[in-house]
Design a protein around this ligand. Structure first.
Ligand code: B3K
Ligand code: ZN
Length: 879
């Protein structure tokens, strides 16, 4: 790597800011090539600053890619010797403790392909400032512990009739030369990362929400005219979120207006800017004809997540970026509970745990492993991770489990009350939970500072004579980069015991059927008395802690739990364990060159599920889904991609063949042809129906493919259409697939979200999504390297969701990814650095594949100047 090494920033070096900005007044004069930004800052020495002493320290203002036009202090032009422009910002010498600065800069939104700062998307101006994008707009102390009251004036030509920023609109008019001018004022002090601006020719839908205390809030959802019919679901989701946050957390919305804007070019899902959330179009726009059930549910949860940030993130924000999980972990926990309340709780939990086990566990075991509160980073954008978000949410969930719901609510009330308007730390959150309840979370805090996935091994013993059952739990956490020695954590393990008839056994004299074991030592035993038969333990119910739990269940015990466990999550988990051990056996047989054995126990278990119409269809669908190749890769030791592919293929085909009549009859029962509604019950039915359809098509029998063809042609809703299309593309003849894909494209080519689905369906297809196909898709007129959604659909679909083709033995998949990452890094470092993830785990693969992946990474490293984002990931992965 030829570029200078980006420096590492450490949590231990944190210092309070030297100066505070009480007010920030911004004026934007918009132009694609030359936008003028004027800022007026009311600056004051921070009484709590550590530095300086008698002399006033210089004022540091961050700034990147800005052209400085002028600086005035208290109305006087600042002489050149008073300031110095340096890489990354501007240093100003200071001679008084309160003063006013006026700074003029010029920026070029059209040239900004990083999608951070102010940029253009389909001719519309928008911003993304978290974490450090505001410094691409103007010189400013761009750090979350500097909170300021913002006033924003936007001036733009008449072709941009909608001009938005945070807070309330306080003025509007036209300039002398006929341009439009609007002023917004946000009364709540906020850090610069929550600033937003939008300007465009947009339409909107409007609604209102009346808060618990009777205030009316105007709700506006803005989008380009062609998408105006796709806003209803997000609006309904927003109103549900507002009500839920009042009911469950006692939090009301605080401004008179709440706006959401849909944007096509966006690096992630959405952004919680105060009063003006900006969303990736794919995470907000939906209609039954164009969006799948999964998209409807994703929209509901992201709308909620961003809305919930208004309290957990905006009113109470982070002191520094090491504390990111303070707002993200907590808000993910909040949105997960919201989705669980709106839909099926067990299914939501299963989805979250699957993501955690597949991707977060991999991150925890890889070169970028870090604690929920990292202690160092080179580029903060690299730390918007599954660990900070999803494991962070698990940490908050464990506090909820340990304290119980009422105590947790007392803790959150105290946290919001105590820290309203402040920028605080994870420590402050835990302290509020303790103080509100007189609780002791001293050892629990280690979850924030210690990385890696703990392993909990369980052994049991039954003493029939004394009717006594005991569980012995042992914990250890493997070393992670920079953290060799690990301490025991406080792990809450929810358990139940099942008797031989499948009934839950009482665990104590009051008859509790479930209890939480508090594992705090390295090894600990827990004893249950008055247990009159040898029980079968149901362990880690609801996935009560983010750990790998080991207990040697037999196949028949797992079948028993699949049917009888009273905890729905654990019923699914038993099924997963059975599938994982079956697939591990098949992989071993494949590697040893032995014939693969029919997965009889799994088939029996599935048959029972399919025969029971009483079970929640969504849960059955989840149980019938075999662990993904990615999950299998993370599960075992050395990864042998060909063995994984062969084992999965064999298992799926065996199940499909053996249970074909059952899949068909369940399919027919569930194929109700009701008008589309995105309700939990209907989604559940469609998910099982389409799971059955996929298994039917695996057989590639003509009658099965014909069923899919009929479903595709009925064209009733995108969930059913895309499921049928996916099955036909995967298992049908290539010519049929080509024809259907073409007609689908012809029908939907004007719809950006459907075209993204169309791309993803091909690039992610194990049989159809070859490297050659992916390259063709990149040449398609609808593909755009500057659009992250298209990149994620085509390149991401191939590298992250198409294990079979990406892992082709010739290694061309890895080379291709390296090439794309190098090209993307020049345009959009954040996207490049995310996309490289599949190459970071090279050490886990068996030798020849490991060498190939390492070679691809090396190629990136040697390709020239890398962004700080990509440099950090690549250098840590090669180390
Ligand atoms: N807070 C934003 C994420 C910003 C990512 C910046 N690289 C969205 C969210 O988590 O709600
Ligand atoms: Zn968030």
């Amino acid at each position: 790597m030829k570029n200078a090494k980006p420096s590492t920033i450490y949590l231990k070096d944190y210092q309070a800011p030297d100066y505070l900005i009480d007010r920030t007044e911004l004026t934007f004069d918009l132009d694609p090539h030359s936008t003028l930004v004027k800022s007026r800052l009311i600056v004051r020495r921070n009484p709590d600053a550590q530095s300086g002493g008698a002399t006033l320290p210089p004022l540091w203002l961050d700034g990147i890619d800005l052209e400085l036009l002028s600086i005035e202090e208290d109305g006087e032009l600042l002489p050149a010797q008073r300031y110095q422009e340096m890489p990354g910002g501007l240093s100003l010498s200071v001679d008084k403790s309160e003063f006013e600065l006026e700074i003029q800069t010029r920026i070029a939104p059209e040239a900004n392909t990083s999608l951070e700062g102010l940029y253009l998307s389909n001719g519309m101006y928008c911003t993304q400032c978290e974490a450090e994008g505001f410094r691409k707009i103007t010189f400013y102390p761009d750090r979350p512990d500097v909170m300021s009251v913002f006033t924003t004036t936007i001036v733009a030509p008449a072709q941009y009739p909608v001009l938005l920023s945070n807070g309330n609109k306080v003025d509007s008019g036209t300039t002398d030369d006929g341009r439009l001018r609007v002023t917004w004022e946000d009364p709540f002090a906020k850090p610069s990362y929550l600033f937003a601006l939008v300007a465009g020719d947009l339409q909107y839908v409007e609604d209102t929400y009346t808060t618990g205390s009777g205030r009316e809030v105007k709700l506006l959802l803005f989008t380009e005219a062609r998408n105006i019919g796709k806003c209803e679901h997000a609006m309904v989701s927003l109103k549900h979120s507002m009500r839920w946050d009042e009911d469950v957390y006692g939090r009301e919305y605080d401004l008179d207006i709440f706006m959401i804007v849909a944007v096509d070019h966006f690096n992630m899902g959405a952004m919680e800017n105060k009063g003006l959330n900006i969303f990736n179009s794919a995470c907000v726009l939906a209609s039954p004809e164009t969006a799948t059930d999964a998209a409807f549910q994703r929209i509901e949860s992201i709308v909620a997540h961003e809305y919930f940030h208004n309290w957990s993130g905006n009113r109470v924000t982070c002191r520094d970026w090491f504390q990111l999980s303070l707002k993200e972990g907590f808000t993910v926990f909040r949105d997960a509970e919201f989705s669980a309340d709106m839909n099926s709780r067990a299914v939501k939990r299963i989805e979250d745990v699957t993501l955690l086990r597949t991707a977060q566990f991999a991150e925890d075991a890889g070169p970028m492993s870090h604690p929920v509160r990292p202690d160092s980073y080179m580029e903060i954008s690299n730390f918007y991770t599954l660990t900070v978000y999803e494991k962070g949410a698990e940490v908050v969930r464990m506090i909820h489990t340990i304290l119980g719901p009422d105590a947790f609510r007392r803790g959150s009330d105290l946290y919001f009350e105590r820290h309203d308007g402040q920028a605080v730390t994870c420590e402050d959150f835990v302290a509020a939970m303790e103080d509100a309840n007189g609780a002791d979370l001293k050892q629990f805090r280690r979850w924030y500072s210690q990385g890696g996935t703990p392993v909990v091994e369980v052994e049991d013993e039954y003493d029939a004579e004394n009717a006594r059952y005991s569980l012995t739990l042992r914990q250890h956490t493997p070393p992670t980069p920079g953290q060799q020695d690990k301490l025991p954590l406080h792990i809450p393990v929810a358990v139940g015991l099942l008797g031989t008839t499948g009934k839950a056994l009482p665990l104590d004299e009051v008859g509790s059927m479930e209890t939480v074991l508090h594992l705090t030592e390295e090894t600990q035993s827990f004893v249950f008395d008055n247990i009159y038969e040898r029980p079968l333990p149901s362990l880690l119910r609801g996935f009560s802690a983010p750990v790998k739990l080991r207990y040697s269940y037999s196949g028949s015990q797992l079948q028993f739990l699949m049917q009888h466990d009273t905890d729905e999550f654990n019923r699914w988990d038993a099924c997963q364990r059975l599938a994982l051990s079956t697939l591990a056996t098949l992989q071993r047989q494949y590697r040893a060159g032995q014939p693969l054995e029919q997965p009889a126990e799994l088939i029996e278990g599935f048959a029972v599920l399919l025969d029971n119409p009483e079970l929640d269809p969504a849960l059955v669908a989840k149980m019938l889904a075999l662990p993904s190749a990615q999950e299998l890769a993370e599960h075992g030791g050395e990864i042998d991609a060909t063995a994984i592919i062969a084992a999965r293929k064999f298992a799926r085909e065996s199940i499909a063949q053996s249970l074909k009549p059952k899949f068909l009859s369940r399919y027919k029962d569930l194929d109700q042809r009701k008008p589309y509604r995105p309700t939990a019950d209907d989604i559940a039915e469609r998910s099982l129906k389409n799971t059955c359809l996929a298994y039917l098509c695996i057989t590639a029998d003509e009658d099965a493919l014909a069923v899919a063809q009929v479903q595709f042609e009925r064209d009733e809703n995108m969930t059913d259409v895309s499921a049928a299309l996916a099955a036909l593309v995967e298992y049908g003849p290539v010519e049929t697939a080509e024809g259907l894909l073409e007609s689908f494209y012809q029908r939907w080519q004007q719809d950006t979200q459907v075209v993204e689905t169309w791309f993803g369906l091909q690039s992610g297809s194990a049989s159809f999504g070859t490297l050659e196909r992916v390259k063709q898709l990149m040449d398609h007129p609808a593909f755009e390297l500057k659009n992250p959604n298209k990149v994620r659909a085509v390149i991401g679909g191939f590298a992250m969701r198409n294990f079979n083709q990406f892992h082709k033995e010739d290694g061309t998949g890895f080379e291709f990814l390296a090439e794309q990452v190098i090209a993307l890094d020049k345009l959009n470092p954040q996207i490049a650095s995310r996309l490289v993830t599949p190459l970071t785990r090279w050490k886990k693969y068996r030798s020849h594949e490991s060498v190939q992946i390492h070679g691809a990474l090396k190629r990136i490293a040697d390709s020239g100047d890398l962004s700080a984002d990509l440099y950090e990931v690549v250098s840590k992965s090669l180390a």
